[in-house]
Design a protein around this ligand. Structure first.
Ligand SMILES: *[C@@H]1O[C@H](CO)[C@@H](O)[C@H](O)[C@H]1NC(C)=O
Ligand SMILES: *[C@@H]1O[C@H](CO)[C@@H](O)[C@H](O)[C@H]1NC(C)=O
Ligand SMILES: *[C@@H]1O[C@H](CO)[C@@H](O)[C@H](O)[C@H]1NC(C)=O
Ligand SMILES: *[C@@H]1O[C@H](CO)[C@@H](O)[C@H](O)[C@H]1NC(C)=O
Ligand SMILES: *[C@@H]1O[C@H](CO)[C@@H](O)[C@H](O)[C@H]1NC(C)=O
Ligand SMILES: *[C@@H]1O[C@H](CO)[C@@H](O)[C@H](O)[C@H]1NC(C)=O
Length: 752
């Protein structure tokens, strides 16, 4: 989901939405007028676990499709993918009637339409106290790890993927490289495939794992890029670029194209990545809204990853700050929010009177010594087509003769600078009340975005002189730790829209203005007129925070190769730094357990472990049927009132309790089990942090362990007097020497 946070400025995003709504409306009218045709659409048939029988699944899928469609030729043309390496299912073009028939078929868990999902560093690692020298796993441990990145592909020539000093891929690797004259793998990028069921290739797309967008190169290098010094964006934010596990290997699964990322491709990539033997899956992509777990390609893929011992790290989405916007919220995956670091950027505007106004943007242009005339767009309307629109500098609204060679000041409406470029402006200062201004965006000409107060200051100056001048500085970075970290406005918020009493997002990591490797198949801004090809770029989104957590998860796994996905997730969550409610109004619904601390996560002391059977118990309790769950798991499980688990008893490393009505008191019991992964002999004590209105009882409140791997149970009883606002507390298990602190947030709230 991350990419959406960046490129298109806010109002053009809204415009896109309006256009979408308009198209849908238009479609509705035409479809109702036209005689119904047997239009085929792409559907996914999910059939659960891969059966152990020797029967060929692709043949079985074809047979099934043949029976449903009637014609072998049409069935063969309709089949897009057979998923058979890890799980069972297929993607095919079906009519509505065929879709209905297939849904009723015995072995089918779900049939859902193929949707198109969206894509959702240097300083960031230091900021979260994971400096280069904190990495204690050896190169040998790290180079056994493979991070599977499902994204827009990769730019293999980037210095971040240089394989000097790497040996051959680890023995467990079963993947392959779709190489061509234009794309080859190496000992860093050990595998690469591309999937294009839905993609309509445009001239921008490369029909290979090569990245024409930049997003996949950025996320892969954040998770596992080699150490590169110096890295910068044309001199801005210079430092060392590195991934979370700089010596790990990367396996590339290209699922996103200029048209988006389709469910059919996402599932094909999961099917391969799991069978190929990756250790962690990093996926910074999400749908439009949360849907049922087994109609969600990412939740299905993540379930089978979990079943095979692989943790999936997901972006929580860029649909914030409204509540219940979090996506990718299955209990078996990690949902990552995006927060700030202490590195800020300034793009100053110096005025003719010597005053300097602070603005934002990512401006790489060197200004030189000269001052330029500056004019307000409102004062330069095109006489025939301008009018009041010229204050927004819309295309066609400006008088070229007045604007040519000048800096033009505009009231922000679109965030696009097409009008300014068309009129021959040499730069633009834009007053922007959009919260997106927190995110530094590049433009094809010098631009500085001002806030309301600084915008007024500039207008005052324009009024004060008959020959106003200005110059826009190149962006410079500085350190400002006030209110950092805080969760960025765009980061999707909880509560969890599917299972309200499982807290989501799980945690947060840096996702604002992150520097990492870039594709040289595009430009810095990707906008027309931009000629700046850059090996590194600064972008924002939960897409950027997700690979930080994928890297951190791989770091934990480098010490504990046998840990389950839930154990790794628990280690990351219980060692996270809790953030301040003062800077984050939405508290846990913004940041979950807090900001990752990879160095501590490698030695968490205790973990809340969970296996496939624990999730199945939860799913039984959520109303999934024995039949569905037998298909999904491939096991002869049986849901019954005896075995059905409650959502509060899933061994999750955080606690959430909701009530449908405000103004009453609710009580809930949570059962939990912790596993000792620290010293063999150790004792823990429970500390509860509860504000008024929240009562938390822990029994027993002391745990004594005598061996590594030993499990101990405890019961947490939470009583919350719920007003209208969310109540946050926490439970921390700690050793007397303070060596280990195992913290879980406790949240009680009124759901709507
Ligand atoms: C890492 O290096 C910094 C200085 O560059 C030093 O202050 C810090 O103590 C070092 N940390 C470790 C874990 O060695
Ligand atoms: C090969 O890659 C280059 C970028 O290095 C690109 O410009 C070119 O179009 C690609 N050729 C093909 C056939 O994809
Ligand atoms: C792909 O192209 C076809 C035909 O031109 C069009 O109907 C379809 O909507 C396009 N799909 C996407 C995802 O853009
Ligand atoms: C005004 O706009 C028209 C097109 O609408 C364009 O042809 C003309 O060059 C513009 N005039 C100036 C002075 O920019
Ligand atoms: C600038 O001057 C105009 C006309 O004199 C006035 O309407 C406007 O409010 C002034 N703007 C500012 C920001 O002072
Ligand atoms: C919740 O808010 C409503 C409206 O703002 C108010 O009438 C009600 O008393 C509040 N309830 C509690 C328990 O605070």
């Amino acid at each position: 989901m991350g990419r959406e946070g960046r490129r298109s400025p806010p109002s053009s995003r809204f415009l896109a939405k309006t256009q979408f709504a308009y198209c849908a409306f238009f479609l509705m009218i035409t479809c109702c007028r036209a005689t119904p045709v047997q239009e085929r659409k792409v559907y996914i048939a999910y059939m659960g676990n891969r059966p152990n029988s020797q029967a060929s699944l692709p043949a079985l899928h074809f047979g099934l499709l043949h029976r449903i469609i009637g014609s072998a030729k049409v069935a063969s043309d309709s089949l897009i993918y057979s998923y058979h390496r890890t799980f069972n299912g297929f993607a095919a073009r079906l009519t509505e009637a065929e879709h209905q028939k297939l849904s009723a078929y015995e072995g089918v868990v779900s049939v859902f339409p193929n949707k198109i999902a969206k894509l959702h560093t240097t300083r960031s690692w230091d900021f979260i106290r994971y400096p280069k020298n904190a990495s204690k796993s050896t190169r040998r441990q790290q180079s056994n790890l493979i991070i599977g990145v499902l994204d827009t592909g990769i730019w293999p020539e980037s210095p971040s993927f240089d394989d000097s000093g790497y040996g051959p891929p680890p023995k467990k690797w079963k993947g392959s490289c779709q190489s061509s004259s234009n794309f080859t793998c190496n000992n860093k990028i050990i595998g690469a495939r591309f999937y294009s069921a839905k993609a309509n290739f445009t001239t921008k797309d490369f029909s290979s794992p090569r990245d024409s967008e930049g997003h996949g190169t950025h996320t892969a290098s954040t998770a596992a890029g080699s150490i590169v010094t110096p890295a910068s964006v044309l001199g801005i934010a210079s430092g060392t670029a590195r991934g979370g596990v700089p010596s790990a290997r990367i396996a590339v699964y290209k699922i996103c194209w200029s048209a988006g990322c389709s469910d059919a491709d996402i599932l094909a990539a999961f099917d391969d990545a799991i069978a190929d033997g990756v250790d962690i899956i990093s996926l910074s992509v999400g749908g439009f809204s949360a849907v049922d777990y087994f109609e969600d390609s990412i939740a299905i893929g993540a379930f089978h990853s979990m079943k095979n011992g692989i943790l999936t790290s997901n972006s929580a989405g860029n649909a914030g700050p409204a509540p219940k916007t979090v996506s990718n919220c299955s209990p078996w995956s990690l949902s990552v929010a995006a927060s700030t670091t202490d590195r800020k950027f300034a793009t100053n505007v110096k005025l003719g009177n010597g005053k300097v106004i602070k603005g934002s943007s990512l401006n790489t242009f060197e200004p030189g010594q000269k001052m330029y005339p500056i004019i307000y767009g409102r004062d330069a309307p095109n006489k025939t087509s301008g009018g009041d629109a010229s204050r927004y500098c819309y295309p066609g609204s400006l008088d070229k003769d007045l604007v040519q060679g000048k800096i033009v000041y505009c009231d922000d409406a679109s965030g696009s600078v097409e009008g300014q470029i068309e009129a021959g402006a040499i730069g633009s200062v834009i007053q922007s009340s959009s919260p997106y201004a927190e995110m530094e965006s590049p433009f094809p000409l010098p631009v500085s975005l001002l806030g309301a107060a600084t915008g007024a200051e500039l207008l005052e100056y324009l009024n004060s002189t008959s020959y106003p001048t200005a110059v826009i500085s190149k962006t410079s970075e500085y350190v400002d730790s006030s209110s950092s970290p805080h969760v960025v406005f765009f980061s999707s918020r909880g509560p969890n829209p599917i299972t309200s009493d499982i807290l989501k997002p799980d945690l947060t990591a840096p996702g604002l203005n992150i520097l990492a490797a870039w594709s040289e198949g595009t430009t810095l801004s990707g906008q027309t007129g931009d000629k700046r090809i850059v090996p590194y770029n600064i972008i924002s989104g939960t897409s950027m925070s997700c690979p930080h957590v994928s890297g951190a998860a791989a770091y934990v796994k480098s010490f504990h190769p046998t840990w389950s996905p839930a154990a790794i997730k628990s280690a990351l969550m219980t060692t996270a730094r809790s953030l301040s409610v003062k800077d984050n109004a939405d508290a846990e619904f913004a940041y979950g357990s807090g900001q990752i601390d990879p160095a501590r996560a490698a030695d968490p002391g205790l973990v809340y472990d969970a296996r496939e059977s624990d999730y199945v118990k939860l799913l039984c309790g959520q109303g999934y049927t024995t039949k569905q769950l037998r298909l999904v798991t491939g096991d002869q499980i049986a849901c019954s009132t005896k075995t059905n688990g409650t959502v509060w008893d899933l061994n999750y490393p955080s606690f959430a309790l909701s009530s449908s009505t405000s103004g009453n008191s609710v009580t809930q019991v949570f059962h939990r089990t912790v596993t000792n992964v620290g010293k063999p002999v150790c004792s823990y004590r429970a500390t509860v942090n509860a504000p008024s209105g929240l009562k938390v009882q822990v029994v027993p409140d002391a745990l004594n362990f005598k061996s590594v791997g030993e499990k101990q149970e405890f019961v947490v009883t939470v009583t919350a007097a719920l007003g209208n606002s969310t109540i946050s507390g926490s439970l921390t298990w700690s050793t007397s020497d303070g060596g280990h602190m195992v913290r879980s947030p406790i949240v009680a709230f009124v759901r709507d």
